[in-house]
Design a binder for this molecule. Structure first.
Ligand SMILES: [Zn+2]
Length: 209
């Protein structure tokens, strides 16, 4: 775990993402993005795209293969599907972030929980909602994502489990943009597993030059 030297008072932009809400912004190469878990145990589902050409996007497989580790933390370089660095994690007070569990959706709610959970609010719906407003991204662009602050341990048998969070109020992860990137976030509304402590809460986004 590493601490940032940046102060919130000097940020050039600050946004609060309400509990369960979508969010989209753009950051420039060299800018720093902080995602802050305001109340603790909040999964922040995130996707990154090249702003110059949004068909270039975050690539889970390439990122994990190149770093030789299954979790993301300080030092992790997030690679695109063209093999270029999109962002680098430069500071992290949580210590571990998942990128294997994917985003919740109507389909996963139905399969994992019950048929009558189908119409509950999901991250996939949030992503699509934000894309529709922005216009540059569509359904075909929603790919495997990062779950910042979410605890999805890989078991000895090679399976995945959703566990109670290791994050806490005020924990953050900070990333430096290596190119101009679009940031697409679903502040996860999931109520059926412990990824949000069964209680979705707000998250903050801060950006520095
Ligand atoms: Zn979710």
């Amino acid at each position: 775990m590493t601490l940032s030297t940046l102060h919130p008072e000097t940020a050039v932009a600050r946004y609060i993402i309400g509990a369960g809400e979508p969010f989209m912004t753009e950051i420039k190469a060299g800018q720093t993005l902080r995602l802050l878990d305001l109340e603790g145990n909040q999964a922040v589902d995130t996707l990154f795209y090249s702003a110059a050409d949004p068909s270039e996007r975050y690539d889970v497989q390439r990122t994990l293969r190149r770093q030789g580790r299954v979790y993301l933390s300080t030092g992790s370089v997030l690679y695109s599907n063209l093999g270029r660095p999109l962002l680098t994690i430069v500071d992290d007070t949580c210590g571990r972030h998942d990128t294997l569990g994917g985003a919740c959706s109507q389909e996963s709610n139905t399969v994992r929980y019950a048929l009558d959970k189908r119409h509950m609010h999901s991250c996939r719906d949030n992503f699509l909602h934000a894309c529709q407003h922005d216009g540059r991204l569509g359904k075909q662009d929603i790919s495997p994502n990062i779950n910042f602050f979410m605890n999805v341990p890989v078991t000895a048998e090679g399976g995945l489990t959703f566990e109670d969070g290791i994050s806490a109020p005020g924990k953050y992860v900070e990333l430096r943009a290596e190119m101009d990137v679009i940031v697409l976030i679903s502040n996860c509304p999931q109520l059926n597993n412990p990824c949000n402590g069964y209680n979705p809460t707000p998250a903050e986004v801060l950006i520095w030059d």
